[in-house]
Design a protein around this ligand. Structure first.
Ligand code: CS2
Length: 484
């Protein structure tokens, strides 16, 4: 694609009233940032409509454009579902079909903010060094084809380059994925990638672009036939872009927007100077407990989070994990971790929300480092509070063993859904011994921090729990954990 092709298309883009490009228009974006921006514009008008970009899927783009990008959000309240029509998005683009209009949108001076929800695995940035990963498929492709990129970092850099070349100011970039210090991580990766293709561009980004970090929260299961049936019943016609979510919603944003932003605070967002403590709290208490529920829930044969929580013993385990996760953090003024944990337990129990343990169990190699390993590392000197972290990792190992070796009689077969699935399959083979399973998968390159890998206490704690899970099953291992 040449630049003139891309510029020609610019004229066709419906930019009127737009101010944001959002990359990753899955269910979570539609239930979260799109709603905040809708409410912010209702409270205080402004040209902040969203041009949505999907990196891979084309179906959602077609479905949205066919209905002017308005869609239904079903909030599942205790007294029944409520439907809202959200109209903050005005146009959607499919990068996989043609990336040129995406880059044109990014280069348009109307766009002042780019928000992102692409899930952890789409970044391709090393969490420790902040450098891009050359073996990440999209990073590799985009470094070789910087003017026709396919992945997040490549697309952002192509858009920034066009703005620099045109003498425009850059846009502000806001990661809304569940990664610690998500703004800093993305900044490091974008600058590294840009520097590799053009050192001046890397320097310009470093000097001019802000990357506020954010903490996002709203439990949003994948839409199902039930979602679409409820949408039709509530609004009177089909909406293939409808999604369902819980009533709760939270967005904490670092307030660093040199070219303005929607009045998100009028929609309930919390604007702060430092997001990191909120991110840690949410990653360790909500997402960490979610992963624990997902893996022990899978082993216990529970399809949904709510069913896992309905088992008293599993619920007690989650409460214990909340305490351990809280103990791994420094206190946050004005926040009581115990109250936060109790509220989370209520949200997990919500009978209206059918959130599949299988969905949360996906992509463990991307999720466990910040949810389980980072806090476990901090609890090594308090071994009495290490147990639930060790149990979560042991449960992941047991689930991997089942997913790689196939189900036992009576268990449902599952696909190993993880960006490192090939690595996991090759490394694990048909190993059945708990210590050997641990040693093989703990040593996958670059995911468990050295401090944990070198800890005999951690290794023994995980192997003891994995042994129990494999020989006696989840109920027994959890009972034992609660007695310890
Ligand atoms: C979940 C999150 O799928 C997962 O890994 O833990 O998507 C979780 O539902 C959200 O972060 C809630 O805000």
């Amino acid at each position: 694609m040449t630049h003139s092709d891309a510029s020609d298309r610019k004229a066709d883009l419906p930019m009127k009233g737009a101010g944001i490009v959002h990359i990753g228009i899955g269910a979570f974006h539609r239930a979260h940032q799109a709603v905040y921006t809708h409410d912010a514009m209702a409270a205080q008008s402004g040209d902040w409509h969203i041009i949505g970009v999907s990196l891979r899927s084309t179906d959602i783009v077609d479905a949205l454009n066919a209905q002017g990008c308005a869609f239904t959000v079903i909030e599942r309240h205790a007294d029944g579902p409520k439907a809202r029509k959200i109209t903050s998005m005005t146009h959607a683009l499919a990068a996989a079909r043609d990336v040129a209009p995406v880059i044109s949108a990014l280069a348009n001076p109307a766009i002042r903010i780019v928000t992102i929800t692409v899930t952890e695995k789409a970044y391709g940035i090393d969490r420790v060094s902040g450098k891009v990963q050359h073996d990440h498929p999209a990073i590799k492709h985009d470094l070789e084809n910087p003017s026709a990129p396919s992945g997040l970092v490549g697309i952002l850099v192509a858009g920034l380059k066009r703005r620099k070349d045109a003498g425009l100011r850059p846009f502000t970039i806001v990661s809304c994925d569940n990664l610690p210090a998500n703004g800093h991580l993305l900044r490091d990766g974008v600058i590294d990638f840009a520097t590799q293709i053009d050192a001046d561009l890397g320097q310009w980004i470093g000097e001019n672009v802000t990357f506020p970090s954010t903490m996002v929260d709203r439990i949003t299961p994948a839409a199902t036939e039930q979602t679409f049936a409820d949408a039709k019943r509530l609004i009177g016609h089909d909406d293939p872009a409808a999604i369902e979510t819980e009533p709760f919603s939270q967005w904490v944003i670092e307030d660093d927007f040199p070219d303005g932003r929607p009045a998100w605070e009028q929609a309930g967002a919390i604007l702060v100077r430092d997001v990191e403590p909120y991110e840690l709290m949410k990653l360790r208490m909500l997402n960490g407990s979610h992963s624990l529920i997902a893996y022990v829930g899978q082993l216990g044969g529970y399809r949904y989070v709510r069913d896992t929580m309905a088992n008293d013993m599993f619920a007690k385990l989650v409460a214990r994990h909340m305490e351990n996760a809280a103990a791994s953090m420094t206190p946050l003024p004005g926040i009581d971790f115990a109250d936060y944990g109790a509220e989370l337990v209520d949200r997990f129990r919500n009978p209206e929300i059918a959130h599949e343990t299988r969905q949360i169990a996906m992509d463990g190699t991307e999720k466990l480092p910040q949810r389980i390993f980072a806090p476990a590392l901090q609890m090594l000197n308090a071994p009495e509070q290490l147990g639930t972290f060790a149990l979560c990792f042991a449960a992941w190992l047991a689930v991997m063993r089942t997913w790689v070796n196939g189900p036992k009689p009576g268990e449902a077969a599952q696909t190993l859904n993880d960006p490192r699935a090939d690595d996991i399959v090759t490394t694990l083979g048909d190993e059945q011994d708990a210590a050997a399973i641990y040693d093989r998968l703990a040593n996958l390159q670059g995911w468990m921090p050295d401090g944990l890998k070198e800890s005999a206490v951690w290794r023994a704690a995980v192997i003891a729990r994995l042994t129990l899970l494999l020989s006696e099953g989840a109920d027994h291992a959890i009972a034992q954990e609660l007695n310890s």
